[in-house]
Design a protein around this ligand. Structure first.
Ligand SMILES: C[S@@+](CC[C@H](N)C(=O)[O-])C[C@H]1O[C@@H](n2cnc3c(N)ncnc32)[C@H](O)[C@@H]1O
Length: 310
């Protein structure tokens, strides 16, 4: 049989479509057969795939997007926060600052511009690259070191930082025991009277309903080709913890991503006790960002913790 070039194309096209359709079918069955409730921290430690290079590049767009403050706060919001942090952390030119989960350096670089010596740690490759470029652009590379690392592996015990930042709720994705260890690591990295500002969801305000939702798009956090997002949210009333499960179905390939995102919430009393166990002597909790004009301020509690003298 003589097969024309165009015929081969057609045959291949049909096969490819069939292949992708099979992937889509398999993915739908996988979703159908999913466990009723996801186990918290079951996948990727219950965290978003921040350190995946493609996800990180897409997330960076969200960090820099000035139309919302969902990944990093917008420029005006951060300007207000930076003044507040400057005062609450008793910062001055020459202060040394440890910024955990520094993202694209939108706090680290301005603090370096104010004269601080900043060490930022984050494991999102695109954010880290951006933070370094921003530091270079603002001529503060020498005083703003950005380290690409998992904060769980960061060991700055004895570094004697004057202050630490742990902003935008990232501690919540760790189970309680790991969160306690991380707080101790931060306390150990601070010097005498070192201060930490940590931002966590206000337990009194979190959504405690189970829910499901879906949407479609062809660009966004999950990819830049048509995808279907299926979301489920589960609230564990005993543990005061939410676990979200996202199924992302990529329509052109049939690839299915499953993301499990766990968020541990804390009552102010519990977090205060954890900070004291970690080595902080005084803890002040500020609800709603102490009245700062931050779009979702009401959802947050900001703790300022100070280490015991000597
Ligand atoms: C919501 S963003 C906030 C970034 C920054 N603090 C801000 O407010 O602009 C959370 C950041 O935490 C980082 N992150 C999450 N888990 C991390 C981990 N285990 N180690 C290092 N960085 C982490 C992500 O890469 C991301 O940049």
């Amino acid at each position: 049989m003589r097969v024309e070039f165009t015929d081969i194309h057609l045959i291949e096209g049909t096969m490819t479509n069939h292949h992708e359709e099979q992937h889509l079918t398999n993915a739908l069955w996988k979703i159908y057969r999913r466990p009723e409730r996801p186990l918290p921290w079951a996948k990727n430690n219950g965290n978003l795939p921040w350190n995946d290079p493609d996800f990180s590049a897409r997330m960076l767009r969200e960090h820099l997007d000035q139309s919302h403050g969902a990944a990093s706060r917008t420029d005006p919001e951060r300007a207000a926060q930076l003044d507040w942090l400057w005062q609450k952390l008793a910062l001055q030119s020459g202060s040394t600052v440890y910024d955990l989960t520094c993202g694209p350096g939108l706090y680290a670089v301005p603090l370096a511009q104010r004269g601080c010596q900043v060490t930022g740690v984050d494991f999102g490759p695109a954010s880290v690259r951006y933070a370094r470029e921003l530091a270079a652009q603002k001529s503060v590379s020498a005083s703003c070191e950005i380290i690409e690392q998992d904060i769980c592996d960061a060991d700055y015990a004895g570094a004697d930082f004057d202050a630490a930042l742990f902003l935008y709720g990232q501690l919540a994705v760790f189970p309680r025991e790991e969160a306690q260890q991380l707080l101790k690591n931060v306390a150990d990295a601070l010097g005498e009277n070192g201060r930490l500002v940590i931002e966590l969801l206000n337990q009194e305000r979190v959504d405690t309903k189970n829910s499901t939702w879906w949407y479609t798009d062809d660009t966004g956090l999950w990819g830049d080709a048509p995808f279907l997002h299926l979301g489920e949210r589960f609230w564990n009333a005993d543990e005061k913890r939410s676990t979200e499960r996202f199924h992302i179905l990529h329509l052109e390939t049939g690839q299915l991503d499953e993301i499990i995102l766990s968020d541990q919430t804390y009552a102010i009393e519990e977090m205060t006790a954890m900070l004291k166990t970690a080595g902080f002597s005084t803890v002040t909790a500020y609800k709603a960002w102490d009245g700062l004009p931050v779009y979702d301020a009401e959802e947050w509690v900001v703790y300022v913790a100070e280490k015991a003298r000597g």
